[in-house]
Design a protein around this ligand. Structure first.
Ligand code: PGA
Length: 265
C-alpha cells in the first residue's frame, strides 16, 4: 500500500517565528491525533517546504519530530556562476529530503520550461538524496478546451523522455490544476481522481510496478473540510497544500484527515 504524504508549500510566506511555531504545533497535534506520546513513526509522511532562508531552521525544529523538510525549487546545475541559485548538494547538506519541481507559479511567473523541469528532475536522480515532487496540471482554459489529459501527459512526457520511467521509482507527482490553486475552488474528488487515474494508467503502460508504487498527491485549495473526501479517492495519495499549510490548525487538520483514513483501513 502507498504511504500518504501531506506536504505544505509555504511559498514566499513565513518568518523565523512561524517556522518554529508551525513545526512544533503541527507535530504536537499529529502525535496527539495518533495517540503517540513521543516521536514515533506515524503511518504517513508530513513535509514542510519553507522559503530557502528558513530551511536550516526548519530542519533543526523538525529533528526528532515526524516532519521532513523540503525546498520549493532547486537549480539543475551542480555549482558555478549562477547567481541566486541553490544546488541539490546545498539542500542535502542542510538536511532537506524533498524538492518541489515545476510548480505552476514557477512555470508561469518565472517561465520555467518543461525542459528545465526535466533537467532538475534528472539532477535529483543523479544526486539521489533528494526526492523530486513533480508538479503538473492544466489551466482553466485548457480544462475548458478539453485538453486536461493532453497537458498533463505532455508535462509527464517531458520528464519521462529525459529520465525514463525508472526515474519515477523514487519520486512523487503532484497533480495541481492551476485553476484550483489559491482560488478556493477545489477540483471535485471525482475530477481529481479521474486525472490521477489517467496519470497512473499512463505510467502503467511503461511499468506496472512503478505506476502502483508512485505517490500522486493532489494540490489546489485543499482544506480540512475537503481533505477527507479527496484523500479517500483510490489514486490520491495525499496533498500538496498552499494556503492551508500556513497555520497549525488547518495543516494539522488536513494531517488528521489522513490519520482517520489510515485508522479505518
Ligand atoms: P493552495 O496552493 O492550497 O493555496 O491552493 C497549492 C499549491 O500551490 O501548491
Amino acid at each position: 500500500m502507498r504511504r500518504f504524504l501531506v506536504a505544505g508549500n509555504w511559498k514566499m510566506h513565513g518568518s523565523s517565528e512561524m517556522t518554529a511555531d508551525l513545526i512544533s504545533g503541527v507535530a504536537r497535534r499529529v502525535l496527539d491525533a495518533a495517540r503517540l506520546s513521543e516521536q514515533k513513526e506515524l503511518g504517513y509522511d508530513i513535509l514542510v517546504c519553507p522559503s530557502a532562508p528558513y530551511l536550516s531552521q526548519a530542519v533543526d525544529c523538525s529533528e526528532s519530530q515526524p516532519i521532513s523538510v523540503g525546498a520549493q525549487n532547486v537549480s539543475q546545475f551542480d555549482s558555478g556562476a549562477y547567481t541566486g541559485e541553490i544546488s541539490l548538494s546545498m539542500l542535502a547538506e542542510l538536511g532537506c529530503k524533498y524538492v518541489l519541481l515545476g510548480h505552476s507559479e514557477r512555470r508561469m511567473l518565472f517561465n520555467e520550461s518543461d525542459k528545465e523541469v526535466a533537467e532538475k528532475f534528472s539532477a535529483c536522480l543523479d544526486h539521489s538524496l533528494i526526492v523530486p515532487i513533480l508538479c503538473i496540471g492544466e489551466t482553466l482554459a485548457q480544462r475548458q478546451a478539453g485538453q486536461t489529459e493532453d497537458v498533463v501527459a505532455a508535462q509527464l512526457d517531458a520528464v519521462i523522455d529525459t529520465v525514463g520511467i525508472t526515474g519515477f521509482a523514487n519520486a512523487v507527482i503532484a497533480y495541481e490544476p492551476v485553476w484550483a490553486i489559491g482560488t478556493g475552488e477545489t477540483a471535485s474528488p471525482e475530477q481529481a481522481q479521474d486525472v490521477h487515474a489517467f496519470i497512473r494508467a499512463k505510467l502503467d503502460g511503461l511499468s506496472a510496478e512503478i505506476a502502483q508504487a508512485v505517490r500522486i498527491v493532489y494540490g489546489g485549495s485543499v482544506k480540512p473540510s475537503n481533505a477527507d473526501e479527496q484523500f479517500a479517492q483510490k489514486d490520491i495519495d495525499g496533498g500538496l497544500i498552499g494556503g492551508a499549510s500556513l497555520q497549525v490548525s488547518s495543516f494539522a487538520g488536513i494531517c488528521e484527515a489522513v490519520q482517520k483514513i489510515i485508522e479505518k483501513t
